[in-house]
Design a protein around this ligand. Structure first.
Ligand code: FAD
Length: 352
């Protein structure tokens, strides 16, 4: 049985940063993730996409953010159970928990922090007869490496931020990008909609609306899609393509965590914003997986929630100890292996 202080379910950015904050308080963490690698959505859905709202980083690729987080927590030596889904939880008489995965691995901890994000990644798929024939053979539901699409003909379908953002991003990489949406209006950010329109006017992107894909064709791999305009004439056209990427979003599924007796609202776990604890004392929920009035599903909000969660967990694990907050700039960062990173020297600039 794996034993730790804080058992974190989900190794996305929130779970990873929780390891750092816990480490500062000398609490050891172990993370479970259903995916074979750490990084959550950043690693699985958009590793090569730049993020612009991480404080201190004007621009950082999602994959690089994950690498940096892994580097930041290295000295705290967290444990990982990867490629296994947390399935059941049992509260023992002493108030501690045993969490067992689908592969039977048992984890024991006094604190459980659920950082499960969207839960299991289930893409919403278009209803097309022979779709499965082309999955990973021309059809993909998320873009992991944009380089796959270099100099290729790509059709993207969807009307949200992902469809807009990737159409804009791939316009510079693919030989041809066509964006198809069932409506003339998009649900995404206004500036993305404007950018798509601009690219269309410059001839760098084809936009077909309102329209839908009604057929896929090709011998061994995808060779063309059949598009039907949503109009009275119901005009149809074949588009020769190498890739079809329907970006209809991920249907959020909490999975087995939904049966743990936690208070759930719209597929998210309700928490108290004092310390992000759930209705079960000792079980916290941080990051995209939780909900409270004013909740925003942003990485920086997950970081904040992880920080406050760790303070509360510390008090639960050490009710007799008084917590004194120290800035990392003052104390440096000591890992569990005893390595100590010195606090960077203050640089004082003289203002002329
Ligand atoms: C295309 C796209 C662009 C985005 N752009 C931005 C942006 O610019 N800025 C921003 O702040 N945010 C952005 N986001 C949102 C951001 O990625 C999320 O807010 C963030 O990933 C949430 O982190 P998390 O750690 O809470 O959850 P996640 O990243 O979702 O990680 C949760 C992890 O938990 C695991 N898990 C779930 N259930 C279980 C279980 N039962 N057992 C084991 N493992 C489990 C999952 O496998 C997953 O790895 C974007 C999202 C997308 C999809």
């Amino acid at each position: 049985m794996i034993k730790t202080d804080i058992l974190i379910i989900g190794a996305g950015p929130t779970g990873l940063f929780a390891v750092f904050e816990a480490g500062l308080l000398k609490l050891k963490c172990h993370l479970i993730d259903a995916l074979p690698q750490a990084g959550g959505q950043c690693a699985e859905i958009y590793p090569k996409k730049p993020i612009y709202d991480i404080p201190g980083f004007p621009e950082i690729l999602a994959g690089d953010l994950v690498n940096n987080l892994m580097e930041q927590i290295k000295s705290f030596q967290p444990g990982f159970t990867l490629g296994e889904r947390a399935e059941t939880i049992k509260k023992l008489d002493d108030g501690t928990f045993v969490v067992t995965t689908n592969k039977g691995t048992e984890h024991h901890a006094p604190i459980v922090a659920i950082a499960g994000g969207l839960g299991s990644f289930e893409p919403r798929k278009p209803l097309l007869d022979n779709l499965s024939k082309y999955e990973d053979n021309g059809v993909a539901y998320m873009i992991k490496d944009p380089e796959v699409y270099r100099n290729k003909r790509v059709v993207i379908a969807g009307g949200g931020d992902s469809a807009l953002d990737w159409s804009i991003f791939l316009a510079d990489i693919a030989s041809e990008v066509t964006l198809i949406h069932r409506r003339n209006e998009f649900r995404g950010a206004l500036d993305s909609v404007e950018k798509v329109q601009e690219l269309k006017n410059q001839g760098k992107l084809n936009l077909i609306t309102p329209a839908e894909i009604i057929g896929l064709n090709g011998e061994n791999k995808l060779e063309s899609v059949l598009v039907r305009k949503i109009s009275e004439a119901k005009e149809e056209m074949f588009l020769e393509v190498d890739h079809f990427i329907p970006l209809f979003g991920l249907s959020p599924k909490l999975g087995p965590i939904g049966d743990w007796g936690l208070e759930i609202e719209k597929n998210a776990i309700k928490v108290d914003t004092f310390d992000y604890q759930t209705n079960i004392p000792g079980i916290y929920a941080i990051g995209d997986v939780n909900t409270y009035p004013g909740k925003l599903k942003l990485i920086l909000c997950g970081f904040h929630e992880a920080t406050l969660m760790c303070q509360s967990a510390f008090q639960k694990i050490h009710p007799d100890k008084k917590y004194v907050m120290k800035y990392t700039t003052v104390g440096g960062v000591s890992g569990f292996d005893g390595t100590k990173k010195e606090a960077p020297k203050a640089v004082v600039k003289k203002i002329e």
